[in-house]
Design a protein around this ligand. Structure first.
Ligand SMILES: *Cc1c(COP(=O)(O)O)cnc(C)c1O
Length: 385
């Protein structure tokens, strides 16, 4: 029997990527600038379709770092951040010597909770510190509560950095994720919905802001024939080789979204009758998730005491990769000392949730193996067995 590794989410090439890379070689544009970089930015701007400006960078993390700089974050400032996320959402706050204030999730989208957010803002203001930015994340491709979150941000005049690293191809009320924030962030890391082998992008609403981001991303060189610097710069620009992969991937982005959504449907069908499992789904038709990762919550009380960790280990023994949901930042040793607002929504998700294999390149045979494990694990747990 085939026992090759099934990954949670692995790179999936469309076919034309190598053409763009080959062209870069043939024209000797092996540099962090060139026609593929410009072309990839144009492709993304057209795709996002909201009069936005896109700057291609070396990673999503770099985009968050530069985004916070563009929002004027300085040492000692406070920045609110969704606790339930990947550490890269929060780390750049610390790069700048600012302080994160973590906020819990709500149970519908698993993203930043509007009530806990407002409580946090009010409490910080009453302590005499007005938060300088809000980092909201579309986790696993699911849009956060866009209207509620942006209404609160507007009310208190705090800009939003929209971490859309996992949500390229997702929409809220037919508007693409990545275009809601004062600054948007995309990632093209190897495990994301499309990849440049490593890369990211910053999305702005003004051309000057994109220019400023690119200025900082290329060592902050002043306009002079010699190397002249009035500000601290970074080496964060995307290379023309990586952007070539990105141009090829843009041709298959919508197909990848369809494939990931099909995998999600495969899991929805599988768990239909399993009482102890809640599958992560769009709350209503305003939400359109790319379903970057399909995830479930297991109620072990309804499952003979068997937990998500038992399921993870069973998958592991069959050479199938799964992963617990993101461990909230306020529970991480490195962030424990910072303020946190909310209850235990994120913590409960972490403790009972599991991400299942979701790659757009899963085969029918892979699905068969996954199904076998799930049927075995939940056998005694069917309503209508
Ligand atoms: C992947 C990811 C990032 C960072 O992107 P990189 O390109 O890997 O630096 C940031 N935030 C979230 C939520 C992510 O999933």
């Amino acid at each position: 029997m085939n026992n090759s590794k099934i990954w949670l989410s692995s790179p999936h090439m469309g076919g034309t990527e190598q053409e763009f890379v080959k062209e870069a070689f043939e024209t000797n544009w092996i540099a962090p600038l060139g026609p593929n970089v410009n072309g990839f930015e144009k492709d993304l701007e057209n795709y996002l379709n909201e009069k936005v400006f896109v700057g291609a960078l070396s990673s999503g993390t770099a985009a968050i770092h530069l985004g916070l700089i563009l929002l004027g974050i300085q040492s000692g400032d406070e920045v609110i951040c969704q606790s339930m996320t990947f550490s890269a959402s929060a780390n750049p706050i610390l790069y700048l010597g600012a302080k994160p204030v973590f906020v819990d999730s709500e149970a519908e989208t698993w993203n930043i909770c509007p009530m806990a957010l407002e409580e946090a803002i009010k409490d910080r203001i009453s302590n005499g510190v007005r938060p300088k930015a809000i980092i909201a994340v579309h986790l696993y491709g699911m849009p956060y509560k866009v209207e509620e979150i942006h209404a609160i941000a507007k009310k208190y005049e705090i800009p939003v950095l929209e971490d859309s690293a996992e949500a390229l191809g997702s929409l809220y009320k037919n508007q693409r994720c990545g275009t809601f924030g004062d600054i948007g962030v995309l990632s093209f890391n190897g495990n994301k919905i499309i990849t440049t082998s490593g890369g990211g992008a910053i999305v702005t609403k003004k051309a000057e802001l994109k220019d400023k981001a690119l200025f900082f991303s290329t060592q902050a060189r002043d306009n002079a024939p010699h190397y002249q610097h009035s500000e601290i710069g970074y080496n964060y620009r995307m290379s023309n080789i990586c952007a070539g992969i990105g141009r090829g991937q843009m041709e298959v982005l919508d197909t990848h979204v369809d494939l990931r959504r099909n995998i999600h449907r495969f899991y929805v069908d599988l768990f239909e009758d399993v009482e102890s499992v809640t599958i992560f789904k769009e709350p209503n038709s305003n939400y359109f998730s790319n379903h970057w990762l399909s995830a479930i919550i297991i109620d072990s009380k309804k499952n003979n005491g068997k937990t998500r960790e038992d399921l993870r280990l069973l998958f592991d023994s069959e050479n199938i990769e799964t992963r617990p949901l993101w461990k909230p930042m306020h529970m991480q040793p490195v962030f424990e000392k910072y303020a946190y607002y909310g209850n235990k929504v994120a913590q409960n998700l972490f403790e009972n949730g599991l991400c299942l294999p979701s790659g757009s390149n899963l085969t029918n045979e892979d699905k068969g193996r996954i199904k076998e494990v799930l049927v075995k694990f939940f056998k005694s747990n069917k309503n209508k067995a």
